[in-house]
Design a binder for this molecule. Structure first.
Ligand code: 4AD
Ligand code: MG
Length: 436
């Protein structure tokens, strides 16, 4: 049999290869209905949903009658013949011959009726089986694979960064402290500082892992645990990081649209914006962005970071992803290289998604002078000893280097058209939520 694992059952996502063949599907009952002596089962197996049709003549009598007792999310093994049928939801259906019940139960909490979001989050371990959540998380997986492939194809090596860290990368106000055998250490806010070490050893690297920020406000853009993909390149400037970032976003968007067409249909996502994306993206300096925000009727002073409403307004005023560059020192981290000529700006950039989504990537060029870096660490009152190794990178063969971090959940929210970031990760961690 032409099948990848030589298993004795098939997956719904491959069903088109089995037209007019007898197959076995192993899955769960998604929903059922009956009419005119015919019983319709929606069966899901993790890779898709197929409609099964049971009839008195075509289905083994015992199986036909047990369908009445089958409940939502009961696990079943179904045998039948695959038929092409344009009326069926996915273009195929299964003429059911027999059903074996693996586990049937009553009272699945998430019925097809409407539930409130707190209840759904409390049952997140089950909610991920529902159609929309399942669809979003499949797109998420494709986004991650696409972004990693993009980097691998360009010679980047994946170098994992540690999670327990002795120092802060992104400011000290959002650190999670952990007791490390009596010593305080912090959960990583970003793998960047370690990428800077590995890129001096391997040239082009990236890390991908969970990152942590003790965000004490509830917003639709913030999680306390989120996943970041962070490339870093030696001998690279701000422009190189920008090119890599926009190329990656362009590549990932088109690849996901291509590979996950059906998922976008399920989400009823209007993909017009996404389809028209082409790098290079518009790029404005911070000062211009501030001006624009004020013209859009929001008020913002030069020197401030964008607040949520300002970021939204700015991101609504573009219909393609865009970049804001050269943020002032005051709103960026200690490691940012200063713009030559004492402008007070840094060689930094954010990439923002349109439709009001806002920042999905932050990055820039890193300071490579040991003296300037020492000054900055002192100015910001950061613990000098914890950065000894980091300063070493500037003492031994220091070179210009640049990189960025892509927030996976922000990217998923934008691509899927999801309002709140909590639906873009299997198990969201937010202020007030660590269950399940
Ligand atoms: O802009 P950030 O803070 O940049 C860094 O951490 C750099 N050290 C990355 C680097 O240059 N290697 O975070 C990068 C991205 C943001 O653009 C955003 O997409 C995401 O991480 N992000 C969050 N996503 C969800 N919840 C949060 N609390 C987030 N904070 C940042
Ligand atoms: Mg940022």
């Amino acid at each position: 049999m032409d099948y990848r694992y030589a298993m004795d059952w098939v997956y719904i996502e491959d069903i088109s290869k089995f037209i007019d063949k007898e197959v076995e599907i192993r899955g769960w009952l998604f929903n059922k209905r009956s009419g005119g002596g015919i019983k319709f089962l929606l069966i899901r197996d993790g890779t898709g949903i197929i409609q099964g049709v049971a009839t008195e003549n075509g289905t083994e009598p015992e199986s036909f009658s047990l369908i009445d007792e089958l409940n939502q999310e009961g696990s079943i093994i179904v045998k039948g013949k695959v038929r092409e049928d344009s009326r069926a939801p996915a273009g195929y259906e299964l003429a059911i011959h027999s059903i074996q019940v693996v586990h049937n139960q009553e009272g699945y909490p998430l019925t097809p009726k409407h539930h409130g979001v707190d209840f759904l989050l409390q049952n997140r371990h089950l909610w991920i089986r529902s159609k929309k959540q399942w669809t979003v998380l499949r797109i998420r997986a494709e986004i991650i694979k696409g972004a990693e492939d993009y980097l691998w194809e360009r010679g980047f090596l994946k170098m994992d960064a540690p999670i327990f860290t002795p120092s802060a990368c992104e400011g000290t106000t959002t650190l999670f402290e952990v007791d490390y055998f009596g010593e305080p250490v912090y959960l990583s806010q970003s793998g960047q500082l370690y990428n800077e070490a590995t890129c001096m050893a391997f040239g082009k690297v990236y890390c991908f892992g969970p990152t942590f920020r003790a965000e004490k406000s509830k917003t639709r853009r913030h999680l306390t645990e989120f996943w970041m993909l962070e490339p870093e390149m030696a001998y690279a400037h701000l422009d190189d990081a920008i090119k890599l970032a926009e190329g990656m976003v362009d590549y990932v968007v088109h690849r996901v649209l291509d590979k996950r067409k059906r998922e976008f249909e399920t989400l009823e996502r209007d993909t017009t914006h996404l389809e028209s994306i082409r790098a290079p993206f518009p790029c404005i300096r911070y000062e211009e962005a501030v001006k624009r925000v004020n013209e859009l009727g929001k008020s913002m002073e030069f020197g401030e970071d964008f607040g949520a409403p300002e970021e939204t307004a700015l991101a609504e005023s573009f219909d393609s992803p865009f970049m804001v560059t050269h943020f002032p020192q005051g709103v960026k981290a200690f490691y940012m290289r200063k713009e030559p000529g004492d402008t007070g700006a840094t060689l930094s950039f954010d990439l923002l998604a349109p439709e009001g989504y806002g920042e999905i990537i932050g990055g820039g060029e890193r300071e490579f002078s040991v003296e300037k870096l020492k000054d900055e660490i002192k100015k910001r009152d950061l613990p000098k000893d914890a950065f000894g190794w980091y300063l070493d990178l500037r003492k031994y063969g220091s070179v210009p280097h640049s990189g960025f971090g892509l927030g996976i959940e922000r990217m998923v929210a934008w691509i899927c058209g999801i309002k709140h970031i909590r639906q873009t990760i299997p198990f969201p961690r937010m202020l007030g939520r660590v269950y399940p």
